[in-house]
Design a protein around this ligand. Sequence first.
Ligand SMILES: [Zn+2]
Length: 317
Amino acid sequence: MARGAAALVWAMALACGLLAALPATIVHAQDRLRVVATTSDLRSLVEAVGGDRVAATHLAPPEADVEHYQPRPRDVERLQGAALVVRVGADFDLWFDPLLARTGRAELQRGGARHVDGSRAVALLEVRGMTAGPGDGHAHGAGNPHYWLDPGNAEIVTATLLEALARIDPTHAAHFEQRRTAFVERLRAKAAGWDTAASALHGKALVAHHNTWAYFARRFRLEFAGFIEPRPGVPPSPAHLARLRTLVRERDVRIIVRQPHEPARSAELLAAGGPARVVVLAASVGAVPQAPDYIALLDHNVRTLAAAAATVFAPAR
Ligand SMILES: [Zn+2]
């Protein structure tokens, strides 16, 4: 848009009172929509749909524990200029609400026109009636929140994002729709290969540090038989680890999964002296260098597991 035309539109919008409450930077981020996501995974999906029409960022660094992110003062500044905010929901990023409240912008709060909850259309697993009490960690009270690790759910989340982006930037709705369709096609083409690779693990029991992999496991027909954390967010007691050692032996568990930020010691102890090995998988885009975007994340995890399976389940010579 020519500078004069842009100024005219801006003046008209102000005159109508439509944009009067929004800082000018929201509209003029190099003519791109500023989108702030809580996680790198959602940022990657926003970029898949928005392309060069969006300037997307994420708040919680993927190489740390995103569920327990401690917001920083500059996060509020970043939210001040956001045209759209996107969260995981399902009690995963509860730390987001106090930050949003501090912006003083009603449209960014839960239920607001510029607030997207990625879990909205997703069928959550492990939904229980009660939230956990104190001392139970974050405990996945609203259901298991790690839904983005199923590529089928990425299709659902990108549909939610498409609806939101098209609503706040209707002139580019067709562009967003085209990009989302292309993304889903790319994802489905990759998923066929992932299904084949993951079949090396069918019928094998696995153990993970945190209950991160419920959706990933459902999609690729994997079985996580136990977790190093007795409840999500709670470190293991010696008694729990002893029970887990029995399970590893009885179920012949040969792969113990942890994320880069999760402590190595318990996983290594569990694997010690047996045929099991510890495999590091990434639950978020950017948690490892091999996962720079959403499709690469899934690709890395499936390929890493399949490579480990080829080693630990190799027939004895
Ligand atoms: Zn969790």
